[in-house]
Design a protein around this ligand. Structure first.
Ligand SMILES: O=C(O)CCC(=O)C(=O)O
Ligand SMILES: [Fe+2]
Length: 545
């Protein structure tokens, strides 16, 4: 009986309807409903203080981040003056998807993520997206928009990120205005319908994120970027079992964070995370690289290289930005007179200085690798001298250790289980009455004459679980609002250009990995000085970074 039942279960199902256009890899279905439920029901693991999420008052955020070097996620809860204290500006009145379409341009094309495959979905116009949002839940297909770039739109001029983000962002700090174009990834709108789930990922280039919920709610599961967790993440990202394994089962110290309207999250770079959307939500957010997180940012850049993440999914002009960053800090560190030297050195924090050691090593490697110097901005005539001078200044201060982030702590000896030992999502015991998605379904023919293999069209479970929780916490979730259905206005702001969104899709799309999991595993273990032939269940990895 059990045997027969199991044979009917599948880890993933294949969307045969799109096989010819997308290829097999893009058609792997993810059991997002079960994964989302696991996130919502997740019980936090014991935390190392260095890695726990801090709840801070809006007026204390900047001081907290500067005094801790932005090592842990910070959340500022909604309050009457939170936005103004953070320096966040949003349009007056309610911002609906329909209004976004009005302000950005109804014919503007947006990239979507198909939640059931975690890959690129159809391209919609904002007009189509507004209609999609106005349709009743559950929507089919389930689509998430996380990369609506607001640059050059009317909405852009009505919105500002937190002032701290503008202060930390290396593009603001170090990118010379004469060098165009600059990487513009600081301001996006995220439009997500009820039931959306974004599987574990690290934002591109190890960039940090600001994330302000305008309406609706979100549930994050955050994974501390310890050496162990990042190694497990790389292995999971490279595995052909990625779609069927809940990454949190392989990581340690995961934390759940629920956000409702008015809340703001500052997530430092390099933290793997996944996100559930329990109700239609509108979020403003963006990405930025900082001088506080250089070692981890560079680690993630290297991870993207190893995973062969396509340039379309990567932080734009990353190498150029790192050269400008080095030049910026060199100007800060370089003593001009004896009096100013001391002052200048103390204006650069210990985290930045440690990070600069990693940056120098990386720039040197890039110089050695580069055949044509194409990623080196032409304003740097003598890049070797630049790096050497920086190293000398840092050495003089006694900062010589390379690739070290002093905040990374020892976690209690996690055991790296072989991926094959992981129970696939499809074999989880049912978690609720409506849980039917582990059954392989007989394809049905839809009204459109298409094969329907969707097995996860009921998302109400999320709303139930979340609203029970909120009522317990006496924090009412924002009312579920649906944009009014109304006639599409024909007048469009004529001067608006259609600006293609910079892709900001997760660094490790499940479909594009070419290495076999066993070779990745071998290499990871070898990198850690471990013999890959030893059974991994016997290995204990020490956090020693
Ligand atoms: O809000 C979401 O659904 C995903 C947010 C996120 O992590 C991202 O866009 O990188
Ligand atoms: Fe993200």
């Amino acid at each position: 009986m059990e045997q027969a039942r199991r044979s009917k279960r599948q880890r993933v199902t294949v969307d045969y309807a799109h096989l010819d256009t997308s290829g097999l890899a893009d058609c792997i279905r993810v059991q997002y409903k079960k994964l989302a439920r696991a996130v919502v029901n997740f019980v936090d693991q014991s935390q190392e203080e260095a890695f726990s999420v801090s709840t801070v008052g809006a007026s204390e955020l900047a001081a907290h981040v500067h005094s801790t070097g932005f090592g842990n996620p910070c959340v500022v809860r909604a309050s009457d003056d939170a936005r103004s204290a953070l320096g966040i500006r949003v349009p007056k009145g309610e911002l609906t998807v329909d209004r976004v379409a009005e302000l950005v341009g109804r014919d503007r094309q947006v990239h979507t993520i198909d939640v059931s495959t975690q890959s690129e979905g159809p391209v919609y116009t904002l007009d189509e997206l507004a209609t999609y949002f106005a349709s009743p839940s559950p929507r089919k297909p389930l689509l998430n928009v996380v990369s609506l770039d607001l640059a050059n739109t009317l909405l852009h001029d009505m919105v500002s990120p937190p002032s701290l983000v503008r202060e930390l962002d290396l593009v603001n700090k170090a990118w010379p205005p004469s060098q165009t174009p600059a990487p513009l990834v600081q301001l996006y709108a995220l439009l997500s319908v009820e039931g959306c789930f974004m599987d574990f990922h690290v934002d591109f280039g190890g960039s940090s994120v600001w994330y302000h919920v305008l309406s609706g709610s979100k549930v994050f599961l955050l994974v501390p970027p310890t050496k162990f967790n990042l190694m497990a993440f790389e292995e999971w990202s490279s595995s052909d079992r990625q779609a069927s394994i809940f990454f949190a089962d392989r990581a340690t110290g995961c934390q759940k964070l629920e956000l409702t309207a008015g809340d703001t999250l500052m997530l430092p770079g390099g933290w793997p995370h996944c996100v559930v959307t329990p109700e239609d939500s509108l979020v403003l957010g963006g990405n930025f690289l900082t001088g506080y997180n250089l070692p981890l940012q560079l680690d993630i850049w290297q991870l993207e290289e190893r995973l062969k993440v396509r340039s379309k999914f990567r932080f734009p002009f990353y190498k150029q930005l790192m050269w400008h960053t080095a030049a910026h800090y060199l100007a800060q560190l370089r003593p001009t007179t004896k009096v100013t030297a001391k002052k200048r050195l103390s204006s650069v924090s210990k985290w930045e200085k440690e990070g600069l050691v990693s940056l120098c090593a990386c720039l040197q490697a890039w110089l050695l690798q580069s055949k044509d110097g194409s990623d080196l901005p032409s304003i740097y005539r003598n890049p070797t001298k630049l790096v050497k001078e920086m190293e000398k200044l840092l050495k003089k201060e006694g900062i010589v250790r390379s690739a070290v982030d002093s905040r990374t702590t020892t976690m209690p000896h996690p055991v790296l289980r072989p991926l094959s030992a992981e129970r696939p999502v499809s074999q989880w015991p049912t978690l609720g009455e409506d849980d039917d998605c582990d059954e392989e379904r007989v394809p049905e023919i839809t009204d459109d004459g298409e094969l329907d293999l969707s097995d996860e069209d009921d998302t109400d479970f999320l709303v139930d679980v979340i609203s029970t929780k909120w009522s317990k916490r006496e924090r009412a979730p924002a009312a579920r609002k649906r944009p009014e259905r109304r006639a599409v206005a024909l007048s469009r702001p004529a001067k608006l250009k259609v600006v293609l969104a910079l892709p900001r899709i997760p660094t490790s799309p499940p479909t594009k990995i070419t290495m076999s999991s066993s070779s990745v595993r071998d290499r990871l273990l070898t990198n850690c000085g471990l013999d890959p032939r030893i059974s991994t269940s016997k290995l204990r990895l020490k956090e020693d970074r």
